[in-house]
Design a protein around this ligand. Structure first.
Ligand SMILES: [Zn+2]
Length: 600
């Protein structure tokens, strides 16, 4: 049986019914994988880039000019010639003449050389704690999100990674994001490939689903998997043709020995890994990150790193409802909602169904392909009975804090709406900040009700690229085409946000924007073209709208005098390139409160 109590993250899984646990256990693996790693895998990732344009004279103003400076103020693109940054804040945004007057003596000029400057991206939903773990692994996503184009590139990337990090003989090397579906000509990564390249190190290349890995001989030994190992029920061990030798992917329940060998972070790792994890966000242009399902142990880790001044970006954590009583004992409500050393507790997280590709999302109509265990007439299930969902939502309402609520199927969105109405018992006068997370299979009639209740949805348009074909098979064309319908949500008056759900999908904000604007599947299918949004609307869903989601629209999300100088510089303007080229745009520099935290 899976030892869920040892899993530090994605612990909404704790509350799932046993069979769902079996199906979904692998999603939790992301969190435990890297606990097996060695802290010495770090190099200088912890430090900030050594030289920056903005570090010349402390406390003097910085003037950015000569680029496309998009303010994200208003519902259509607004450009200014110049912004002035001082003491971590935006002092001025407007004409260059006025900027020069405002900047005062001793200011620094930063010539953008035609590049694009925007407010720093705010992550609307991801699993920050997992970033701490994968930060010390070799990224192997398939293009465009990573270098894992084929077996050769995967091996080359792992080698470069091991060399760069000076990983000594005998130490475990971990990669993540391996996508067997993307391998050309069905030539998959196997144990022999890894053995040949790494005869002296155990190597584990984790599958992009986080449901398994390809291991080399030393890693198989380490985890006690051999030719004699029987494939457990619900598991997969790919064997070498003509033998019983494990040769390729180890998946699902067969992957458990790897999970069970996890160890908690040491105090030093908590700090070092936090810095490394935050660098992943900084590299993606993100200056505010979400920890989207937080348990007490995770909060302690974030607190330790914050106390040690390790935070280079802002982190917003959402305690998971089932852990709330324990958390409140150590993190009293009176401290919530305020940053202290770049960390705040933003509200509460509730999860009420699973994932559509795992067939655990709850729908009002059956899956076309049956249930995950072959069930007939399968619609998925709520994570908790409706009565309990009602009580949970009501509790958060009475705490008077923001709520983020995971719901994917239209059945779970109905259940949320019921619970919302129950919690407010007819009185809708008091403002309440509520965001539905994923909301992928929302119906149009539900959008109208969400808007009526001033509930914001955070959508997940990356599924149009990564999972459309699976949704088409499981849910049929009409529903699969309508996933994450941002167009209808915006037209109905909502200010939605968009997210990566990292580490489930890559932390790639330009890929996310691309998916919202183009809606094209991995196989090239157009996915609900009528739900495409304009690039500017896509940018709103990752800046100003997210700032509102965090109750921080007064201080973040646009370039306006008085707001924080959280900025990102891109090599091209997403509003001016061919929409299909948006995913090729690169983050050149990320600035948090006036200081460069990442520079390409
Ligand atoms: Zn999530």
């Amino acid at each position: 049986m899976i030892s869920f109590s040892r899993m530090p993250v994605f612990s909404e899984i704790h509350v799932l019914k046993p069979f769902m646990k079996k199906i979904l256990f692998a999603i939790t693996l992301a969190g435990v994988l890297a606990a097996c790693q060695n802290a010495s895998n770090h190099k200088d990732q912890n430090g900030l880039p050594s030289s920056t344009d903005t570090a010349a004279v402390p406390n003097s103003a910085i003037v950015y000019y000569n680029g496309d400076i998009i303010t994200m103020e208003g519902d259509s693109a607004n450009y200014v010639e110049s912004i002035v940054v001082k003491d971590g804040k935006i002092l001025f945004a407007g004409s260059q003449d006025e900027a020069m007057k405002q900047a005062g003596d001793g200011h620094t000029m930063v010539d953008l050389q035609g590049k694009t400057l925007l407010p720093g991206f705010l992550d609307a939903h991801s699993h920050y704690i997992n970033a701490l773990l994968v930060a010390n692994q070799c990224k192997l996503y398939a293009p465009p999100s990573g270098p894992g184009k084929d077996v050769e590139r995967i091996i080359a990337s792992l080698k470069a990674y091991a060399t760069e990090r000076k990983i000594p003989k005998g130490e475990l090397i971990i990669g993540y994001g391996y996508d067997d579906n993307a391998m050309p000509n069905g030539r998959l990564l196997n144990r022999d490939d890894l053995d040949k390249a790494f005869p002296d190190n155990p190597v584990r290349v984790d599958h992009v689903s986080m449901h398994g890995a390809v291991l080399n001989s030393l890693a198989l030994q380490k985890y006690g998997i051999s030719a004699a190992t029987k494939t457990p029920p619900g598991g997969v061990i790919v064997r070498k043709p003509g033998s019983q030798e494990p040769w390729g992917l180890i998946m699902e329940t067969a992957f458990l020995p790897v999970v069970e060998k996890s160890e908690p972070m040491t105090p030093q790792q908590e700090i070092e890994w936090s810095k490394a994890g935050q660098m992943l966000y900084a590299e993606a242009g993100i200056t505010t990150a979400q920890e989207g399902a937080t348990h007490l142990a995770n909060l302690r880790t974030i607190q330790h790193a914050s106390d040690a001044d390790a935070n280079i970006i802002d982190v917003v954590a959402y305690p998971f409802i089932t852990d709330l009583d324990n958390i409140l004992k150590e993190f009293p409500l009176s401290d919530w909602g305020r940053y202290k050393k770049r960390f705040k507790i933003g509200g509460v997280k509730i999860t009420i169904d699973g994932s559509p590709q795992g067939k655990t999302a709850f729908f009002t109509t059956p899956y076309l392909t049956g249930g995950p265990g072959g069930e007939k007439n399968w619609r998925g299930e709520l994570t908790f009975p409706q009565d309990m969902v009602n009580q949970m939502v009501k509790r958060v309402y009475e705490m008077n804090v923001p709520l983020i609520l995971h719901c994917n199927g239209d059945g779970s969105i109905d259940a949320f709406l019921k619970a919302y109405e129950f919690a407010r018992s007819g009185d809708f006068s008091k403002p309440w900040n509520v965001t539905t997370i994923h909301t992928q299979f929302v119906r149009k009639d539900q959008i109208a009700r969400l808007v009526k209740y001033k509930v914001r949805s955070s959508f997940y348009t990356l599924h149009t690229y990564y999972f459309y074909e699976a949704h088409l098979k499981n849910r049929g064309k009409a529903q699969a085409q309508y996933i994450s319908p941002l167009r209808d949500a915006i037209d109905a008056g909502m200010k939605p946000t968009n997210h990566t759900d990292f580490v489930v999908a890559p932390l790639d904000q330009m890929m996310m924007l691309w998916s919202a604007v183009n809606r094209i599947s991995r196989a090239g299918a157009a996915v609900g073209p009528d739900q495409r949004i304009k690039p500017y609307e896509g940018l709103q869903a990752m800046t100003i709208n997210v700032a509102a989601q965090y109750d921080e629209a007064d201080s973040k999300g646009s370039l306006k005098a008085g707001k924080m100088a959280d900025l990102v510089i891109l090599d091209k303007n997403p509003l001016k390139v061919d929409p299909m080229a948006i995913r090729d745009i690169r983050v050149l520099e990320t600035i948090k409160e006036g200081k460069t935290i990442y520079k390409k």
